[in-house]
Design a protein around this ligand. Structure first.
Ligand code: NAG
Length: 222
């Protein structure tokens, strides 16, 4: 009798486990993956992520990066510089759902409004003062902001538009963990006004309720 109950419990657990295992598609690690019917020697094969090295051949350097302590050059238009350590920089991150970024800010430097389509971001301020925020999705589009100082931590939920702005008079430095080996980056201004080829100025003038000349001058900037 006991044995029968154990068997039943085991069978139910197994059924649950297998239904969980097949409950969803694997998360995508790239913008898209157009299916092809058959192997075609003309086209390279892409997988969702990277191929895996034989684990026996893995070395410590596959899991290692050195140099994140060095300040980055922020002498650019925005006054910020993002150093992202994703799977391309640390091959051992493949399949592990995590990556790391250092962001340097000159005084009044900005990491402009952007989203990570595949990763939530958890940011820690190491030095300086950052005004940060994100906007919730439709229909509320609520702006949630905070001024952060050294030691403060803030969450930017996956996919939401967010920014970081150095409102202090000194440099600022932050470190972020992101919940993907390849979180992706969409910078709003660059995507909208700097796409290649450009989005029709009529489309953007109507969408943003702008004069077409304003749209073309914005397009010239990005
Ligand atoms: C970021 O800093 C690195 C090293 O200091 C530099 O090579 C790179 O050009 C900088 N990137 C930008 C966008 O300024």
């Amino acid at each position: 009798m006991m044995k029968g109950v154990h068997f039943l419990v085991a069978a139910v657990l197994l059924a649950l486990a297998s239904s969980f295992a097949f409950a969803s598609d694997p998360a995508s690690l790239q913008d898209f993956c157009v299916a092809i019917d058959q192997y075609d020697s003309e086209s390279a094969v892409f997988v969702n992520g990277k191929f895996c090295k034989d684990p026996k051949l893995a070395t410590a350097n596959d899991f290692f990066f050195s140099g994140l302590q060095n300040p980055r050059n922020t002498k650019n238009q925005l006054g910020s510089n993002v150093t992202l350590l994703n799977v391309d920089m640390i091959p051992g991150l493949n399949t592990l759902d995590i990556s790391l970024a250092r962001i340097d800010f000159a005084p009044y430097g900005l990491n402009p409004p952007h989203t990570h389509p595949r990763g939530t971001e958890l940011l820690l301020v190491l030095e300086g003062t950052l005004y940060v925020g994100f906007v919730t999705s439709n229909p509320d589009n609520r702006l949630i902001t905070k001024v952060l100082n050294a030691g403060d931590v803030f969450v930017f939920p996956v996919g939401l538009i967010h920014f970081q702005f150095n409102v202090g008079k000194t440099n600022a430095v932050s470190i972020s963990g992101l919940s993907s080996q390849n979180p992706g980056l969409i910078v709003i201004a660059n995507s909208v006004f700097g796409s290649n080829p450009p989005i029709s100025a009529d489309v953007l003038a109507k969408a943003f309720q702008l004069d077409k000349s304003v749209v073309t001058s914005l397009q010239a900037k990005f």
